[in-house]
Ligand binder design. Structure first.
Ligand code: LLP
Length: 428
């Protein structure tokens, strides 16, 4: 796989310093024009990565997992190159449709779809709804009957395979809340036959996220293919298998999983089952296509540690606080005479010790005003941001060659509190 990195250093005219660029746009320029903290995404990286992963499933469908990065311009960039969408809420469905994803390429996953969300999915005429329990199947049946329609469904099966990833993002073990047990699936397909509001179109699974070891995929996909064959032999309609997402990336020292190997596992399972395959990659496409640009506010050197206090925080980017995730941090301006490194914790201004971006990093000695780029933040960055500490989360910019566009402008504190209402008894 030969995907170019789109965040590179280039020399500055008349100076020995080097500046980091996103494609052909310099990050200091973006920081000056738009302000920090700021997510910056590269169109080229999104497109190249989408095309590369699409090759692993040439006869099937790639439904980009919107939860990784739900910005409408990001989804549209991928949709223009053929991507469908995997959505898990009415909000994500709305985004995918606004982005122009065609409904016949949308699958609706998730463990707890409400009646309204089911209704919205049916009204939009999407390709498939993946159900995860018997009560959810019954609910979908009645929502469809009320609308005089039939819902296309796949049952998400929990194959009881440990994805060998972070505990909080493993989803395919029998004790996880996702899917139905393997044995129960047969019963559910029988039930689908007896209900008038639902019809089986496929089978689904998803065992977890950030898998760099491909063996768990192999185990799960082969179990699910066998189940598909078994169901087909009983006369059930299983045209598609949705293998979910989960392909990991290299954040630090992990082994970069091989796309070719992944493709061979997918295609082996596809031919064993004789089904069309749906994949739902999120992170693999968007994570390396984005950086989070932040500015140092203060540097605090103490006996115990050195802290670079920056203007982004866990509300902008939660992965370190939530999963102890490691993300590479680079200075945006590299000076020629890079002095000795200094070990620092890069932390945000939020009032919790859990609010950190990195611990114990060796960086050139930092000073207020310096810009840093936090890498691989195009997935599960902006989409997981919050307003904690009444902070306004980072804006987002999309770059295309020399062009850039603000694709989400963070709102003001006035706009944020405008949704609040003062209880009437407090106004008397
Ligand atoms: N399909 C389903 C049903 C999923 O639950 C997920 C992710 C995906 C696809 C996409 O997985 P990906 O290809 O991105 O690994 N916030 C966490 C990741 C949570 C993943 C949840 N489900 C993180 O920052 O690591």
């Amino acid at each position: 796989m030969n995907i170019r990195d789109q965040f590179n250093y280039n020399s500055m005219e008349g100076s020995d310093d080097k500046l980091m660029y996103a494609e052909q746009v310099s990050l200091p320029e973006l920081a000056r024009e738009v302000g920090t903290p700021l997510y910056v995404y590269s169109s080229e990286a999104l497109i190249e990565r989408y095309k590369a992963i699409a090759k692993t499933n040439p006869n099937g469908l790639i439904c980009y997992s919107v939860k990784a990065n739900g910005n409408i311009s990001v989804i549209r960039t991928l949709a223009q190159h053929g991507a469908g969408a995997d959505v898990v809420s009415g909000g994500e469905l709305y985004r995918a449709l606004q982005a122009g994803v065609s409904p016949e390429k949308i699958v609706f996953a998730g463990v707890g779809k409400t009646e309204d969300e089911m209704g919205a999915a049916l009204d939009a005429n999407i390709f498939q709804i993946n159900i995860e329990s018997e009560p959810e199947l019954e609910q979908l049946n009645s929502v469809a009957l009320n609308r005089g329609t039939t819902a296309p469904v796949a049952v998400r099966v929990n194959p009881d395979v440990d994805a060998n990833t972070h505990n909080k993002i493993a989803t395919g073990r029998s004790g996880d809340k996702f899917g139905v047990p393997y044995e129960k699936a047969i019963h559910l397909y029988k039930k689908i036959e007896s209900l008038k509001g639902v019809k089986a179109t496929g089978l689904a699974t998803h065992i977890g996220s950030q898998l760099t070891d491909l063996e768990p995929f192999e185990m799960a996909f082969s179990k699910i293919s066998q189940l598909a064959c078994n169901l087909k032999s009983k006369g059930h309609q299983i045209e598609n298998i949705d293998f979910g997402g989960g392909l990991g990336i290299r954040y630090s020292s992990e082994d970069e999983p091989s796309l070719l190997h992944y493709a061979s596992i997918v295609s082996k399972a596809a031919s064993a089952a004789g089904c069309r395959i749906i994949l739902e990659p999120g992170r693999w496409i968007t994570a390396p296509a984005g950086i989070l640009l932040t500015r140092v506010i203060y540097v605090k050197r103490t006996e115990a540690r050195n802290f670079a206090i920056v203007d982004c925080a866990m509300n902008d980017f939660m992965r370190p606080a939530l999963y102890d995730a490691w993300h590479e941090i680079k200075p945006v301006i590299q000076t020629k005479e890079s002095p000795d490194k200094e070990t620092v914790d890069v932390v945000g201004p939020i009032c919790e010790s859990g609010d950190f971006l990195a611990h114990d990093r060796d960086l050139p000695p930092l000073a207020p005003g310096n810009l840093l780029a936090i890498l691989n933040t195009g997935a599960y960055g902006a989409s997981m941001s919050s307003h904690y500490n009444s902070r306004i989360p980072a804006s987002e910019v999309l770059v295309k060659k020399k062009k850039w566009s603000i694709i989400r402008k963070n709102s003001s504190i006035e706009a944020f509190v405008a949704d609040e209402n003062i209880a009437e008894w407090l106004t008397e």
